[in-house]
Write a protein that binds this ligand. Structure first.
Ligand code: SAH
Ligand code: SF4
Length: 369
């Protein structure tokens, strides 16, 4: 808890942490306290390059910075450094999953995937998710709360700490495909991405940070309006409202026509390609007819389709597609001129695959109606 003397001064949240701050926020805070803003660099380096979990006396700061930090810490300034309550490694060693315990005891999962020469972190943006997709473990557990920017940033830093400690190279890519719906927590997500893409810190290039959405139309329009530089992935899974609503209940709120309109507006405003996620489910959405309908739906869009293997979850019994059905589906899209790739299956043995993330603490929350 904050001490009563602590004045709420953080940009995003009165009960925020120093990890909620962008470099510019930190400069402003220092300046407001009469400390030269140039000192922001040393604090930032210790936090975002040094991956420090505290700002105590063992860190060497110039006297004005030390005095400022001590005063802030005594007034309740906090850091986001979640405890790693579990770290699991897949049998092939290429996927690692961290279960991170936040200050209020909530747990979120972060996955680190190693590909030759590069690492990708998959981070969570909410504890649980309100969207209720029937095939997703996070959707099955319900919504708990939004994460603050610092809690999203802290996952990236925890992933980097883990890579550093095992002597591996740094992170190159980031995907917001962990627990939660990023565009339902828009402000915190954009603030977090500003922080981790800062070249003075974690330095993950914006072009290597993907935002995946179930189709939150106002969020897609806002990304377009603000011309945010992050690649966009839209999880589609069906081409008509009846089939999509059965899988993705929130389709009732933002039906396919409005979703595709938003995608066209996004394309026109940003000139960016959109990635469409399609989790292949046997006989539900993997027939040649489905592929042809998808081709018709995406006509005229600069689209890349990402096929995803359905991973098992407790409350959804459909099977994953046969390899032959997946190959035929892909060839129909490619023959129609769309780029189409199949996402590698990763970390299934440690339940780190797409849609398998959920808190051990179990289900609690509510869903979007
Ligand atoms: N909420 C966002 C991002 C998190 S989900 C979204 O829905 O896009 C990340 C991806 O995992 C989405 O493409 C989602 O459709 C997919 N996914 C969810 N459950 C899955 C499962 N059981 N098997 C395979 N992919 C799944
Ligand atoms: Fe939420 Fe995405 Fe899972 Fe749907 S697939 S419940 S939007 S995390």
């Amino acid at each position: 808890m904050q001490s009563p003397a602590h004045k709420p001064r953080f940009a995003m949240d009165p009960f925020g942490s120093v990890h909620d701050l962008t470099f510019a926020d930190l400069e402003r805070m220092l300046e407001a306290d009469g400390v030269r803003p140039i000192h922001a660099g040393s604090v930032w380096r210790v936090l975002h390059r040094g991956l420090a979990t505290d700002l105590g006396p063992e860190h060497d700061f110039l006297p004005p910075v030390r005095r400022w930090l001590d005063s802030q810490l005594s007034q309740g300034m906090r850091l986001d450094c979640p405890t790693v309550s579990e770290a699991l490694v897949s049998t092939d060693g290429a996927t690692r999953k961290l279960l991170l315990r936040l200050e209020d005891g909530q747990e979120v999962e972060t996955v680190v995937m190693g590909y030759p020469g590069r690492y990708t972190a998959c981070v969570s943006t909410q504890a649980g998710c309100a969207m209720g997709c029937v095939f997703c473990a996070t959707g099955q557990m319900g919504f708990v709360r939004n994460l603050r920017p610092g809690e999203i940033v802290a996952q990236v830093l925890a992933a980097q700490r883990m890579l550093r400690d095992s002597g591996d190279a740094g992170l190159r890519n980031l995907v917001l495909m962990g627990m939660g719906e990023p565009l339902a927590n828009y402000d915190a997500v954009i603030q977090a991405l500003r922080i981790v893409s800062d070249s003075r810190g974690a330095n993950i290039s914006p072009s290597r940070i993907s935002i995946s959405t179930v189709g939150v139309v106002p969020g897609i329009l806002r990304l377009a309006e603000e011309n945010q530089p992050y690649p966009l992935a839209v999880s589609l899974h069906a081409t008509n409202d009846e089939e999509r609503t059965a899988l993705v209940p929130v389709n009732q709120r933002w039906p396919l026509a409005s979703l595709l309109d938003a995608c066209r507006i996004y394309s026109a405003k940003t000139s960016r390609k959109i990635f469409f996620g399609w989790t292949l489910m046997e006989k539900i959405n993997d027939t040649p007819e489905h592929a042809r309908q998808l081709v018709a739906l995406l006509k005229g869009l600069d689209a890349h389709v990402n096929l995803i293997h359905l991973n098992p979850t407790d409350q959804f019994r459909a099977g994953a597609s046969e390899a032959s059905a997946a190959a035929l589906f892909k060839s129909i899209l490619q023959e129609a001129g769309f780029a189409c790739t199949t996402r590698q299956r990763r970390g299934i043995d440690v339940a780190a695959g797409c849609g398998q993330l959920r808190s051990r603490a179990g289900a609690v929350g509510k869903r979007v109606e």
